[in-house]
Design a protein around this ligand. Structure first.
Ligand code: ANZ
Ligand code: ZN
Length: 949
């Protein structure tokens, strides 16, 4: 027993034993309830594992292990997501076959993961590059094809003109080719597409029913980009055609002063003959072609465009003719590829209108409700057309205000506009009447009016005022005498903007708005408000107007930002797309019996001519007989993107050896959906969306049992290098788990990674901190010498409470991924046991059970040393008794003659006599007893002491 803790004696021995016993194998045809825990399977890179990789594996390992101990049949599988660029590029560089590279790399990964004692069911290991696996990836592709969801389209791809290859987005760095730094172009190429947009609505809506972190749902929703709006047709002058626009702001239609089409809009190409500046138009279209969507829509970028001279459309609301432009900021593949431009209320349209000198017409005005004096119910509402004059003294930059005498108000100079009166005249008149200043210079009218709602105290009525603000400057101090009746109401004074802002009586709900209009560059006002200058809709709120205007001029539609998925890559190391191109029959799917279409072994992995896949260079592979007519045909040489294999791998784990189906419905029904899926935030958008899409598609074909694959999703934080930088090979700061296992043991590494900080947060590695978890394990090791065999759980009530509290806390923390606090709870518990002279076997075993998911090797060793024949990992998870947890201390209310006068803390174990003595010695009680003996003292255990005098 004096033997020291040495993980090297223990860890690999138990790992071998467990594997031999098949301890972590998920059972088929089990009667037990199932539990499916899943982590994202890794890409086996040449660098091997770094310490960041195991964080999620350990986290879900703890959950999987606890679930097994709770009696579940657990599926916790792993495999390799092994197609992809780094391996291909490595193959190009070294001439090594990617298959060989993949085998080497996954062997390393496997060995490393196994050295950590993760309870993966290795018998179900899968590899996406194994033909037995990708046969089914190809099979699913053919289903997409059969259902019309896989199709070919010409779309722009990133193209390096020097290397003559298509580039994945991640190979474009700052717009340049990652290999040769040439500026990347956009080039149209025929690509296979998957129609994920057909599932946009469900992918959005069904997020309601899954347990994902809110931020994950938000990211998914933003990517899908659901947008409710209106489709409105604009007639073309002297032409029977119409152009449809998509707008989310139909309420602004009266302000649509021009129209913009995407340069690719079919109307442009089809009607060039109508225009008088054809060359200019064609040149602009050519220019835009080379640009990416991100370039085109970048904020703050100069808004270029060209008018289609000779073409006009009619704004259906104003019936006015408006010009038509093409501009790169309108995308061809969103909405209808055409917009009604409303410069007054859209930033991009504003910038464009400024640049091209187009009219800006304000049609929605702010609606302001005075929070200090909101309109009152029952009071009559009076409409006013009014001005606010903002007079500034250029010498002091102070502003002229009115301090009201009988009301706690500070206002600008304000007053009604008389019928037919010019607003500048009205403002000047008010300034003179109310302040006496004679020489005032008009600067500008500060934008359109604002609709202001407030209760006018001095008139006892609600006001709905259309305020227009005007900016003036004081020329000199010359004043006339202000009439007495004005003086009685308010007094004029000069204040600074700060004073005005700080003055709590400042009665100007529009204050921030005026400040913005006074001091900032004019800009679009994009918020909602009240309609202005909009015919019969004037005065309606934006929301009311949206409905009414849509009804009159168009129809409601829903658009999504999501685009169809570009599903082909001109590469080697991917799943061949299983179709054949026949001169006679066109695209012919490879018959199911001929699947998989295997990747041929080749010598060179460079792309083919004109950016074709390297497969195009292999004539013997490419040329085949058409499966339909037997004539000359060629294989498709594009391969699938890396996302393909991971879009359905969770299904294959359920039935990984099935040669007849990708997985049988019976097995899927038992195992799916995944109960808990943990993965990185970097996969929150694409992988999660793609796999949800494939699952839904297969669900619709009645080939899987649930419409959502994952019931619950969580994300772990990254482990950063010491100092907080990202670990990367190029920075030379990568830490290999092998060295940690060698020096400290796998259990210490596991415990450290769980203890280092909250699981969801990024955290820096700290070598020095590994000592803590190691010492803790040594303490647990030493505790075995204190165990008095056979003795049952502590009878000491405090000890008993701690045991139950610890079970509860650790159980709950694991459930909520509070792994770090679970570990500290176990540390406290171990410390308490360590302070005892003797430790009962029960107390010690409880510690081992709770620690087993975190440190599976040491707990197994200690458990067996106690003489148990079976693995600790098949034992039952300890349960707790809530009653024993409630704090030993309880608080009793103390009543004197029916009224609560005091309270008293006592231990649960105190006797009634002890309580009686304690109560009667309380100062508050003595006061009421006044030196006399109580008539009665009634003790209701655990609740109340009642004293009658
Ligand atoms: C008029 C308008 C007035 C608009 C206004 C906005 C504000 P989301 O919310 O992203 O769906 N739009 C429509 N199709 C476009 C395209 N193909 N390329 C670029 N912009 C396009 O945005 C919808 C709004 O974006 C639409 O509503 C349209 O401009 C613009 F005060 O129409 B709006
Ligand atoms: Zn044919």
């Amino acid at each position: 027993m004096s033997k020291e803790y040495n993980p090297k004696d223990i860890e690999t021995r138990w790992q071998d034993e467990w594997e031999k016993a098949g301890l972590y194998r998920a059972e088929n045809d089990s009667r037990k309830p199932k539990y499916y825990a899943l982590v994202e399977f890794p890409y086996p890179s040449g660098d091997g594992l770094h310490v960041g990789h195991p964080r999620p594996y350990i986290g879900l390992d703890i959950i999987a292990r606890k679930r097994r101990m709770e009696g579940f049949n657990v599926l916790y599988p792993i495999g390799w997501d092994a197609f992809g660029l780094p391996t291909e590029n490595y193959a190009i560089k070294t001439g090594k076959n990617p298959k060989v590279v993949t085998k080497e790399n996954s062997d390393t990964f496997r060995r490393q993961i196994q050295s950590l004692g993760i309870s993966f069911d290795w018998s179900r290991e899968i590899n996406t590059t194994d033909p037995k696996y990708y046969k089914w990836t190809q099979w699913i592709f053919l289903k997409f094809l059969e259902k019309g969801l896989a199709y070919k389209a010409k779309i722009p791809i990133n193209w390096c003109p020097k290397d003559k290859i298509g580039l994945a987005n991640e190979e474009v760095v700052d717009g340049k080719c990652e290999r040769c730094s040439t500026l990347v172009e956009q080039k149209e190429k025929e690509q296979w597409m998957l129609a994920i947009t057909k599932y946009a609505e469900r992918l959005d809506k069904d997020l309601d029913d899954v347990d994902y972190p809110e931020r994950v749902k938000i990211q998914q929703r933003n990517w899908i980009g659901r947008s409710e709006g209106a489709e409105i047709s604009f007639e073309i002058k002297n032409n029977d055609e119409k152009i449809k626009v998509f707008t989310t702001r139909p309420d602004t239609i009266f302000g649509a002063t021009y129209m913009v089409l995407a340069p690719e809009h079919s109307f442009v190409a089809n009607n060039l003959q109508l225009t008088t500046n054809k060359d200019e138009i064609v040149r602009y279209i050519e220019q835009t072609k080379a640009k990416t969507d991100i370039d085109r829509s970048a904020e703050g970028k100069e808004k270029t465009g060209v008018e289609l001279k000779g073409v006009k459309v009619i704004n259906p609301a104003t019936t006015q003719e408006i010009p038509v432009y093409i501009a790169e900021y309108v995308m061809s593949d969103y909405g209808t590829g055409a917009i009604m431009a409303v410069p007054a209320h859209d930033e991009r349209d504003w910038e464009f209108a400024k640049k091209h000198d187009l009219p800006i017409k304000e049609v929605v005005i702010p609606k302001v409700i005075d929070k200090n004096d909101p309109p009152r119910e029952g009071a009559k509402t009076v409409f006013r057309n009014a001005i606010q004059a903002i007079v500034i003294d250029p010498k002091t930059q102070k502003v002229l205000c009115l301090k009201w005498k009988k009301l706690p108000w500070t206002t600008f100079i304000t007053g009604g506009i008389d019928e037919g009166e010019d607003i500048i005249e009205a403002a000047k008149r008010e300034i003179l009447e109310e302040t006496g200043y004679k020489n005032i210079k008009y600067i500008k009218t500060m934008g359109g009016p604002v609709e202001s709602h407030f209760f006018a105290n001095h008139k006892d009525e609600n006001r709905k005022a259309m305020f227009t603000a005007l900016h003036f400057e004081l020329e000199n101090d010359e004043r006339i005498e202000v009439p007495e009746e004005e003086k009685a109401i308010h007094e004029a004074m000069w204040v600074t903007w700060e004073e005005l802002k700080a003055d709590k009586n400042t009665k100007c709900a529009e204050y921030d708005m005026w400040l913005d209009r006074l001091f900032n560059e004019p800009h679009a006002w994009v918020d909602e408000g009240v309609l202005f200058d909009s015919g019969e809709f004037t005065g309606l709120t934006s929301q009311e107007a949206r409905e009414k205007i849509t009804e009159k001029f168009g129809k409601t539609i829903i658009k999504y930002k999501l685009r169809d998925w570009v599903f082909s890559r001109q590469r080697y190391w991917g799943e061949p797309i299983p179709v054949v191109h026949c001169k006679k029959c066109g695209v012919v799917p490879v018959p199911e019996k001929d699947l998989p279409v295997e990747l041929p072994v080749v010598e060179k992995y460079e792309p083919g001519p004109d950016g074709e896949s390297p497969l195009a260079n292999i004539a013997e592979w490419v040329n085949v007989a058409c499966p339909k007519c037997g004539g000359e045909a060629k294989r498709e040489t594009d391969v699938m993107p890396n996302w393909a294999g991971s879009s359905w791998y969770f299904l294959r784990y359920c039935d990984h050896e099935n040669e007849k189906e990708f997985a049988s419905m019976k097995k899927l029904k038992y195992w799916m959906g995944v109960d808990w899926y943990n993965g990185g935030m970097e996969h929150t958008v694409l992988h999660l969306l793609y796999s949800r899409f494939w699952n839904k598609f297969l669900y619709d074909l009645k080939l899987v049992s649930t419409s959502e694959p994952y019931k619950k999703r969580t994300s772990h934080g990254l482990i950063l290098a010491e100092g907080g930088e990202k670990m990367s090979k190029s920075k030379g700061n990568v830490i290999n788990p092998d060295t940690i296992v060698e020096r400290f043991g796998a259990d210490t590494l596991r415990l450290y990674e769980m203890f280092m900080g909250p699981f969801e947060q990024a955290i820096a590695w700290s070598e020095a901190s590994l000592v803590g978890p190691r010492r803790f394990l040594e303490k647990v090791w030493r505790l075995q010498s204190k165990v008095s065999k056979g003795q049952t759980l502590s009878t000491d009530s405090q000890g008993l409470t701690l045991v139950h509290q610890t079970i509860k806390k650790v159980s709950e923390d694991i459930k909520s991924m509070g792994f770090n606090t679970a570990v500290s709870t176990l540390m406290i518990y171990a410390n308490t046991l360590d302070k005892q002279e003797k430790v009962s076997q029960k107390e010690f075993e409880t510690l081992l059970f709770l620690l087993a998911p975190f440190a599976p090797h040491i707990t197994e060793e200690l458990w067996r040393t106690l003489g148990h024949p079976n693995s600790i990992h098949t034992e039952n998870w300890p349960t707790y008794d809530q009653k024993k947890i409630e704090k030993d201390e309880i608080t009793l209310a103390v009543q004197v003659n029916g009224k609560v006068r005091a309270s008293l803390s006592v231990s649960r174990s105190q006797s009634e006599e002890e309580i009686r003595v304690a109560v009667l010695s309380l100062l508050e009680v003595k006061k009421w007893l006044n030196g006399k003996e109580p008539k009665r003292v009634i003790i209701v255990p655990g609740r109340i002491v009642s004293i009658v005098t």
